[in-house]
Each structure stands twice: as structure tokens, then as C-alpha cells.
Design a protein around this ligand. Sequence first.
Ligand code: 9G3
Length: 566
Amino acid sequence: MRQSNMLIPTLRELPKEAELPSHQLLLKAGYIRKLASGVYNFLPLGKKVLRKVENIVREEMDRAGAQEIQMPILQPAELWQTSGRWNTMGDELMRLKDRHERPFALGATHEEVVTSLIRDEVNSYKKLPLTVYQIQNKYRDEKRPRFGLLRGREFLMKDAYSFHEDFESLDETYNRLFEAYKRIFERCGLNFRAVIADSGAMGGKDTHEFMVLSDVGEDTIAYSDTSDYAANVEMAPVMSEYEKPNVEPKELKKIETPNAKTMQEVADYLGHSLKEGMKAIMFKVDDRFVMVVTRGDHEVNDVKVKNLCDAEIVELATEHETKSVMGAGFGSLGPINSPEEVEVVADHAVKYLVNASCGANEDGYHYTNVNPDRDFKVSQYADLRSIEEGDPSPDGQGTIKFAKGIEVGHVFKLGTLYADKLGGSFLNQQGKAESFVMGCYGIGVSRTLSAVVEQYHDENGLLWPDSLTPFDVHVINLNAKKSEQIEVADQVYESLKSQNFDVLYDDRQERAGVKFNDSDLIGIPYRVTIGKRANEGYVEFKHRKTGDQQDVHIDELVRFLNQLTK
Ligand code: 9G3
């Protein structure tokens, strides 16, 4: 393609509203342009790369036996009312009315649509298992769209749904698609981890997220430094062994701790470390109050609290609620003489404390020399704290390290949840009607493109892996005024095209500096420059990533490039 004809509006400056490299560079290099908050145009270069990501996803999904379909983005509200999500999904679900005032949702996801589709078309076990997928825009009215394509309100998603007679069949498909996801992200050149995740509102049991390691990621991954164990930090079980210090329990004392509010202030006032104190956090669990006690230096893990209480809703009690139930505020809570109606649970580490401190359930007062079992009882001890760096890896191999990750994929074992709600059933081998067992599998296609940029860029601009580059090679004619040089450059361009290279040919009337800056910014991995030695039949080849340059004779160029890219 001749660059003089191509819409590539590169910018001289970094756009100020963009903070992350991927957001900045995709704008600066003329790949995307914002239409509204979280809503983007893909310009020609951006669309070419987006299509390459899509095609990798499509190839691997087809190879895994999934069948591509296309479902409507316009979804009748009735479906969401039947599944109950019309009311539970708040403002994030974008809604509109048609000319007859009928309510619709803009597709945020397609569990309801796909279940209603397959319900009406498949009614025998003979047609199962079946996996369908689509690659289509999704709409979610994020409260704070930001970071360009990483968190948009309209974004391209591949969403797949599988239908099964039973969980054994679901496991087979889940594992096969899990492997397909690994191939997809490997082919995109990404450094990623598949992490054990929490199914959140989707219910079901197993679920994994595919996380691209990046400092700008919003999720924290706990991973083993020696095995491939990795989990969302909120999911990783804590396997730490504790031992009781062999000191004599002392007499319980209640002391005044004026103005000591935070754990640290109390610890400082009492002259001991955080880990010799206890933290008591009040949760509202469905419609009752639960006090969770952890060691002072540990973080309570609300996903673990939720799973322990097997609750629908778990949220922190407000200060007001706490005061009314406990008679004291956040900084003075403890398990000693807590009100009957408040269940007290504690993390395993608390059991091994001796002569610790805790709030006295009276503002401005704490207990010291507190000893579990002697001074307070808990309804149960459980793993209720978040794992920390240095903790033993739950798989028994190595120790845990933390990393930030960008979620680019998420796979779920849904079970019969949606089939039950929407009447999705089939006749089993005994002729009895049963609900479909389902799985669902998502990839953020436009988010993956941004995640690649986060891992592939340098101070000069984008730096695409060969699998995703918008063009195979960038041919630059340095002097578009000298006719013999134009002749050589045109000949190079035509000969590479004739060998099926996808070539971006910079034939513009621009200074060399502008051409080189734009080329570095656009990020095509290989560059052929036609310059001074053109009349000797030599062109300069440059490897964008390494900066290596060498002169190559025109007659050698095709063979040289074939070695590199094919
Ligand atoms: C909504 C809105 C936002 C949502 C959802 C529904 C996330 C929603 C979870 C999923 C589960 C899987 C199929 C592909 C893989 C992920 N945000 N989720 O269901 F109405 Cl506004 O999307 N769906």
C-alpha cells in the first residue's frame, strides 16, 4: 500500500488525556481515534491489527471444534427479565427502547440469547456437546472508562458457549478450550498466566482468568516462583503453618488507649508489632453481622469470607451499623464479650497468638494479654486472609510472588444455571428432560490488542510481533524527488508485493527524519530503506526491534526477507 494514499494520521505530541503507553501510542501512531468516552474508531492500521488478532482467535476456536455464529447485539429485555439479570445488572447494562416503546438491552454478554437460541434448536443428547462462538462488539456502560481500549464501553469480544449432557463432557470442552486459549495468547506473543479465579456473579465452580503480566494491570496475581501455579490473589488458599510461641499466658488487662485509632497506632501505644495484635472486621453477610478476626499484619479476604458463609451478599458493615451492633467504632472492635447475635470467625493464624491485643468493644479501650480459647471463643477458624508474597505456594512448590495482570480471557464452568432459568433442556438417553450443562469462554479481542502494545513498545513507538504487524515490511524511499531513486523504490515495492509480502511503501514527499520517526512509531518489525546506494543496487535493511542494520543487494532481498518472516 502506498503511504501517500493511506490514512495514518500520526501525531507529533503524545495526547495528554492518555496515561498508559498502549493508549498513548495507538493514538499517536494513528491506529485509533476516540469518538466518545470509552468509544473508539479503528483507523486502517488499527483495523488491520485487530483483524489479525481476530483471525488467530478464529483459527484456534475452529481448530478446537467450536462453530462460529453471529448473535444480535439488540437483545429483547424479556430474556434478561426471565434470567433475572434485567434488575440485578445496574447502570452498566445499556438499555434502549424501540419505536413501539419496547425495552431492549445492548449486548453486554450473550448467555441469555445463546441459551434461548440453543433451547429452541437442540432437544436431544445426540446433538451434544455443542460449542458456538462469535466475535462481536459488546456494550458495557463502565463507570470510569479509561486506558483507551483496555477499559472501553464498546469493545470487541470473542464469546463462546458450550452445551453438554453432563459435567464430564463440560470438563472435556473446558480443557480443550483452555489449551486453545494458551495457543491464542502464545501466537499473539504475550507473556501471560492462566490463573485460578473467582466465578463472582456468574456462579458455577471452576473458572480461570488469562492474565497478561503488566505493571499497568488492575488485577494482582499470586504465582509460584518455581511451578506454574497462579491464582487471583483473592482466590489463593493460604497453606502457611503457624506455631504457638512458648511463652506463658499473662493475665488479661483492659487499658485505655486514647486517640489510638488504627492498628499501627494501637500497636505503637502498646509497644508491640502489628503481628502481635488482632484485627476485627465487621461484615454484613446477607442479613446478619459477622465479625472476622485476623492477625494484625494480615489482610482479610472477602471472597474467602463469602465462600465460607456461602452467602449471596457480603459487604463491609458501615461505621454506623457497627456502632449500633457493637457499641463501638471500627478502631476498637474485638472478639471478647462480643454480642451474641454477631458470629465471630477467625483466620487460622489467630489460634496461635499468645498475649495479643484486641479492641475492647468500647471506644478508646483495648485488651492486652489476650489468649484465644481462654479469653474468647470463635464459631470457627478458617483460611480467611489473603495470601502474601513469601507465603508457601499452595501447590507445595516454591513460594508466592505477586505480579500485576491485565485480564484478556476468562473461562467459566457455568453448570445448569442459565438452562434452568430459560428452560434450556434436552431429552437424555433415557428420554428424560434435563437442563443443559453449560460453559462460557470470553476473550477481550480489542483489549488483547492493547495488552500486546503494553508488552511490545519502546521509546520510539510500537513494535509489533510478526504475528500481528499491520504490514510485513515497511519500504521507505528516502528521496522521493530523484527519479532514478523512485524507479528503484517502485521496483522494490512491486517485487516484494509480487512475492506476497504485505508492504507499506512510504512514497511521500517528506523529509527523511519524518519518515524514520513515523516508521519507528508505526512499529512494523522490518524496514527496507532506499537511499544513497540505490544506484549500486543496494538497499538498507533494518530490524526495528534490535536496531540491527545491514546493506542487502536488491536481488537478495526477497530471499533475505523470506528467511526472516516466513
Ligand atoms: C452485564 C454487564 C456486565 C457484565 C455482565 C453482564 C461481566 C456479565 C460476566 C460475563 C461472563 C462471560 C461470556 C463470555 C465470557 C464471560 N460483565 N459479565 O455477565 F449485563 Cl452490563 O460476561 N460471558
